[in-house]
Design a protein around this ligand. Structure first.
Ligand SMILES: NC(=O)C1=CN([C@@H]2O[C@H](COP(=O)(O)OP(=O)(O)OC[C@H]3O[C@@H](n4cnc5c(N)ncnc54)[C@H](O)[C@@H]3O)[C@@H](O)[C@H]2O)[C@@H](O)CC1
Ligand SMILES: Nc1ncnc2c1ncn2[C@@H]1O[C@H](COP(=O)(O)OP(=O)(O)O)[C@@H](O)[C@H]1O
Length: 590
């Protein structure tokens, strides 16, 4: 991969992401080479303890109100850590962190969650002989032999009325309840413990550290069940980056992620193919040739913006898409929309040419002339719109054009799939030799796969893979941490978009994305990866970030909008800004 990128964020290198299964496989491969599993746990915990101390010192330093306290005494009182442990190896890490922190002079308290009533006093020598929990048991014994204070977590029913909370009010709360082994919703004592942990840590205004992954977050999917998860400030990620930290709920619960690599898995010649790749920087764009003209940068045909009799119009979708296309630098654009919107379109985008969406002869002729066809944005879902969709997609296939399908186009595609319409197979065949990009959100993906939205959300990677297998082409599954699946030579690779923000959760943002994709694809002077689908998604996300100032160098404050109130119509100006930075020398904006 060409690593020349232009960054609007601190980390510019792509980051390989892995699933729980891959993480376990890495560990096993390491142990199979004769390396000791408890030794690895000790290393992990020791390094985490060091990080925790540094993070806490940094927090104190950054916290202006405590500056005096800090300067007047390095540690006037002992630093205090509350470490919540589960029964698995993640809990094992927690016990050892307690052990090392205590050695480093911290006052620690371990809160055991899910242990049997008398587990705390039990001699674990028998259990020790069992393989499944031996490292965690050894870790616990290590901590107990050093007299680390501990107690069992008390559920609301266990707790006696007169008893007050016995927990220390800690400076740092450490979550070692579940790691990558979490495979179902935390219930009963675990659920209560997670809520109690969050509440206690927030009340104490403490630093919240998650060991490996916040408990409650599923490493392979980024899903949190019913909002039951530890809300971390920092996640200390062991061995390799977990996919779930960077998409969906992971973005809300993980905080800053610090890698603790531990084993040299990347040096292994049988290296695992990553589950996905996290991208936060776009590829730099080369300047245009001086001796060029509009035809050198492609002609995009946007087909959408319909008005269905008796219902509302959707001209805005086509206008937003077209404006974004032009903002990326496409040479020419024609919009095939309902005649009722032509004047509105020309008022907001005089650069565009227009044609009546229902004038099939003209539109078919234009499909032959265009470099890229983007169809579906505000196209409408009625039968007439469906027939138009079929006819224009077929025309684009016949003349061998790249096709982008979004919004209502995806709706028709889903319905055509359920009817076994031949266009599905034709499109798939076309996608083997031409670029076909499809951009559903979870609701649209659910229709395309004939599933419920929660099934899509439960495993977005599986969903995007299934979309690609069923329909062919390259895909974006939109949302927080959008997934992008590209299969340039038949081999699917998944990217996670590491930029973008919740301000972009507004109507019309998807239309903007389809415009960016079309605009890049049309510019054939750019190399393949510079007009790839993940590049388009990154530009879209970076533009959204510039508008809400999630970049360190937002030198054009006139663009600033903020998350609430961000509108899709703000995007073209921001896209131009991003493209301009990407075309000049590398700039670090965060
Ligand atoms: N020696 C090692 O094997 C190492 C392990 N490491 C740590 O080990 C962790 C993985 O350990 P484990 O595989 O033991 O997994 P966990 O510690 O995440 O716990 C898994 C256990 O919890 C149970 N469980 C899962 N979901 C549950 C739920 N919702 N409610 C109740 N119980 C639930 C599972 O059935 C299983 O028994 C990593 O995340 C990492 O923190 C690291 O120390 C690196 C070295
Ligand atoms: N929370 C978020 N974080 C990052 N990006 C987001 C977020 N919410 C929405 N987006 C992005 O905004 C766009 C919204 O698209 P879509 O839902 O199709 O909107 P519409 O149909 O109204 O045009 C997608 O590219 C999506 O990834």
């Amino acid at each position: 991969m060409d690593m020349q990128t232009n960054s609007f964020s601190k980390n510019t290198m792509p980051i390989r992401l892995y699933s729980s299964e891959q993480l376990y496989a890495m560990e096993q491969a390491w142990f199979a080479q004769g390396n000791d599993s408890f030794g690895l746990m000790q290393q992990a915990a020791w390094q985490m303890a060091q990080h925790i101390e540094t993070l806490y010192e940094n927090k104190c330093r950054d916290n202006k109100s405590s500056v005096q306290e800090i300067t007047s005494r390095p540690y006037a009182r002992q630093r205090r850590a509350s470490i919540w442990v589960g029964k698995g190896n993640n809990g094992g890490d927690g016990w050892l962190i307690a052990y090392y922190l205590q050695q480093m002079g911290w006052q620690v308290q371990v809160i055991m969650v899910g242990f049997d009533k008398d587990d705390s006093n039990k001699d674990d020598s028998n259990k020790d002989k069992q393989d499944c929990v031996s490292d965690a048991v050894k870790a616990k014994k290590t901590a107990l032999s050093a007299n680390c204070p501990y107690r069992s977590f008390e559920t609301s029913t266990d707790r006696k009325n007169e008893e007050t909370d016995k927990e220390i009010r800690a400076d740092v709360y450490i979550d070692a309840l579940f790691g990558i082994g979490l495979d179902r919703a935390p219930k009963n004592v675990y659920k209560q413990a997670i809520f109690a942990f969050n509440e206690a840590a927030q009340y104490a205004e403490a630093l919240i550290i998650a060991v490996d992954i916040p408990s409650g977050l599923v490493a392979s999917t980024g899903q949190v069940f019913d909002r039951i998860a530890i809300q971390a400030d920092v996640t200390l990620c062991l061995i390799a980056r977990k996919f779930g930290l960077h998409t969906k709920d992971g973005l809300d619960y993980s905080g800053a992620v610090i890698d603790i690599p531990l084993i040299p898995y990347h040096l292994d010649s049988n290296e695992l193919i990553p589950f996905a790749t996290l991208m936060t920087a776009a590829h730099t764009l080369k300047p245009r040739r001086q001796n060029s003209y509009k035809g050198s940068y492609g002609h995009v045909l946007v087909i959408g913006g319909n008005r269905i009799e008796g219902s509302q119009g959707m001209g805005g979708a086509a206008i937003l898409s077209a404006s974004s296309t032009m903002a990326t630098g496409a040479g020419k654009i024609t919009v095939a929309c309902h005649e009722a919107f032509h004047s509105a379109l020309l008022t907001s985008l005089p650069d565009a040419m227009t044609v009546d969406l229902h004038d099939t002869d003209w539109v078919n002729r234009l499909i032959g002339q265009a470099s890229v066809v983007a169809i579906g944005m505000g196209l409408g879902r009625d039968e007439k719109a469906k027939l138009i969709f079929i006819s224009y997609v077929q025309a684009a296939i016949v003349v061998g054009k790249p096709i982008i399908i979004d919004a209502d186009g995806l709706y028709h595609l889903a319905s055509l799939h359920s009817e076994n319409h031949k266009i599905i197979a034709e499109l798939k065949k076309h996608s083997a030799t031409h670029q076909v990009c499809l951009t559903p959100h979870s609701g649209e993906a659910a229709k395309l796969l004939n599933k419920e939205i929660n099934e899509i959300e439960a495993d977005r990677v599986a969903a995007i893979r299934q979309c690609a297998t069923t329909y062919g082409g390259d895909w974006v599954l939109k949302g927080a941490g959008s997934l992008i699946l590209e299969q340039p030579s038949g081999q699917a690779h998944i990217y996670v978009c590491g930029v973008g923000n919740a301000g972009m959760a507004t109507a019309g943002m998807g239309d903007v994305l389809s415009g960016v994709i079309a605009g890049l694809l049309a510019q054939e002077d750019l190399k393949q990866e510079r007009r790839s689908l993940h590049q388009a998604v990154l530009i879209h996300g970076l533009a959204g970030d510039i508008l809400v100032n999630q970049t360190s160098r937002n030198d054009d404050n006139s663009l600033l909008v903020g998350q609430r109130g961000l509108q899709a119509q703000d995007m073209p100006a921001a896209i131009r800004h991003v493209i301009q930075h990407m075309t000049s020398s590398q700039i670090d904006i965060k």
